[in-house]
Design a protein around this ligand. Structure first.
Ligand code: HEM
Length: 528
């Protein structure tokens, strides 16, 4: 007899006994219940059925983007100031208010395109999503490591992601498909110049920046608002990988970035990021040559100086990957008093999309899970029921029969509005479907190239040529045309790599989907 179970419990064994989820002790975890030692099996075998059917459901759908990621916990310590000024001048959000004020947080770093077990050394934006558990409820700041994005209107998100995801037939990521889409999407040039530079493969999660990317608003106690952009700067410094470094790493380890973060925290080497904020008055800015609500643009730091507002320290790892990493749910709609949306056309789409996918991916009661619940605020809703509902959030003394509002028989009441009215400028317009008037798709992409060190420029050009060369000739020509409009040298060098001269592309008309600025028109005339 070699079966462990058949040896029976040994006396003096102090370990806890295995049970099923009903609390029944498991006497034999090695053998199904069968008729005779060689079967057949019986169906009235609760332990076996519970075990196997729970296993059958162990996975939830992976995120449609950012499927591979890693969570850690920590705290945010506020300076109480924006640079030298009291922060209350700009926002009444309590988490920023006092110098030294600490707020618990969870962060999830991620890659975007690959599946849940894919490589963490790919050329891909990295997610940088922070959930602050504030006393006023949760605030999610869902950002990326690159300061800009491919598109400026949420209606194009499924298209840009489909182009970057594997081919629907061969299931292989194809540069030809990516550049087919990007060549028709001029606003993507700024992102491409970043993504195909060394910054496109961060060395790991500890050595990368984070950006809110979209424009938000801050509101003070008087109801005055400012536009705001967020920047996380790592105290560890910024490090990136070349294609070759990345290839070497992923040959032996697909999860080096998660491992690096996890082991650093286990060693007590707690990574830190400073949070800097750029502010701009919340009004029209005719003096700017870009639209401040356009997430394909950065705000020039000379004109809009980023100023320190606090520091994040990560000091604790997750206890369970599935519960805390797979089931954490963040979204751009999750804001606290003093922090607001802007009219950025990506934000509204994102705000719908995140909680919509989470109700499908995790379930309608995803906000009751410990990692998602507003643990430092009081939660009192009239929400009841739904799959996996987990208790009610009744206040002490609340009439349990009243799950509606208004009521005069012991239900919940509305909070007082912090200001007299909603905040922000008055907006007038007629229903339309138009791109923003000031698109300026090339200038900042060109400036980004000009600011690179020589080795970064060389790496960018080599990466672009290697990828664009896999696209059809018309796509290659259009990409060279775009890059010539960004910066002469960049266009000439990519063109040279592809065997395409300015004369080959001079006659191309602008795309129907673009508005060229006067400056761009001028450059087009002198192309090359
Ligand atoms: C995740 C949609 C743009 C950063 C996701 C998810 C969706 C989504 C559906 C999966 C969420 C989940 O399953 O929990 C969109 C849409 C966008 C957009 C519709 C544009 C309209 C952006 C931009 C950024 C960004 C511009 C960067 C600022 C992230 C991050 C995650 C994510 C970091 C992962 C969150 C986590 O770790 O759980 N996005 N996204 N997304 N998105 Fe976006």
């Amino acid at each position: 007899m070699t079966d462990v179970a058949s040896q029976g419990p040994t006396s003096g064994d102090e370990r806890e006994v295995l049970t099923d989820r009903q609390g029944h002790p498991i006497h034999d975890n090695q053998n199904q219940r069968t008729i005779g030692a060689r079967g057949p099996a019986t169906l009235e075998n609760y332990h076996f059925l519970e075990k196997i059917s729970h296993f059958d459901r162990e996975r939830i759908p992976e995120r449609v983007v950012h499927a591979r990621g890693f969570v850690a916990y920590g705290e945010f310590e506020a300076t109480g100031k924006w640079g030298d000024e009291p922060i209350a001048t700009y926002t009444r959000a309590k988490l920023f208010a006092e110098p030294g004020k600490k707020t618990d947080l969870a962060i999830r770093f991620s890659t975007v395109i690959g599946g849940r077990d894919s490589s963490e050394a790919t050329r891909d934006p990295r997610g940088f999503a922070v959930k602050f558990y504030t006393e006023d409820g949760n605030w999610d700041l869902v950002g990326n490591n690159l300061a800009v994005f491919f598109i400026r209107d949420a209606v194009k998100f499924p298209d840009v992601i489909h182009s970057l995801k594997p081919d629907p037939v061969t299931f292989k990521q194809e540069p030809a498909r990516i550049f087919d889409f990007m060549s028709q999407t001029p606003e993507s040039m700024h992102m491409l110049v970043n993504l195909f530079s060394p910054r496109g493969i961060p060395a790991d999660y500890r050595h990368m920046q984070g950006f809110g990317v979209n424009t938000y608003r801050w509101v003070n106690a008087q109801g005055e608002s400012h536009l705001v952009k967020y920047h996380w700067i790592p105290r560890q410094g910024v490090k990136s990988l070349t294609e070759q470094d990345a290839a070497n790493i992923q040959a032996g380890n697909l999860g080096h970035a998660s491992e690096d973060l996890y082991t650093a925290i286990e060693r007590g080497e707690y990574p830190q990021w400073d949070l800097y904020v750029q502010l701009m008055s919340d009004e029209d800015h005719p003096e700017l040559d870009f639209d401040p609500l356009d997430d394909t643009k950065v705000w020039p730091e000379n004109d809009f100086e980023p100023k320190l507002v606090g520091t994040m320290t990560l000091n604790r790892n997750v206890a369970d990957h599935h519960n805390e990493n797979e089931q954490i749910a963040m979204g751009t709609g999750v804001l606290v008093d003093g922090l607001e949306f802007s009219d950025d056309k990506m934000l509204v789409g994102r705000t719908f999309s995140y909680s919509d996918t989470q109700r499908y991916r995790v379930g309608p009661n995803y906000l009751q899970l410990p990692v998602n619940s507003a643990k430092n605020a009081t939660v009192r809703t009239n929400q009841r029921g739904g799959q996996m509902s987990y208790g009610t959030d009744l206040a002490p003394g609340q009439n349990p029969h009243v799950n509606y509002e208004p009521s005069i028989t012991g239900g919940l009441r509305e909070a007082q509005y912090p200001t007299e009215d909603e905040v922000g400028p008055e907006v007038r317009g007629r229903l339309t479907r138009k791109r923003i008037p000031l698109t300026q798709d090339y200038k900042q992409a060109g400036q980004r190239y000009q600011l690179m060190e020589q080795w970064e420029k060389d790496d960018l050009v080599a990466n672009l040529v290697a990828n664009i060369s896999q696209a059809v000739r018309d796509v290659q020509e259009r990409m060279v045309w775009h890059f010539l409009l960004c910066d002469d040298e960049l266009g000439l060098r990519v063109g040279e790599g592809l065997g395409i001269s300015p004369d080959d592309v001079r006659q191309l008309p602008p795309l129907q989907s673009q508005t060229l600025s006067e400056e761009d028109q001028q450059r087009l005339t002198n192309l090359g």
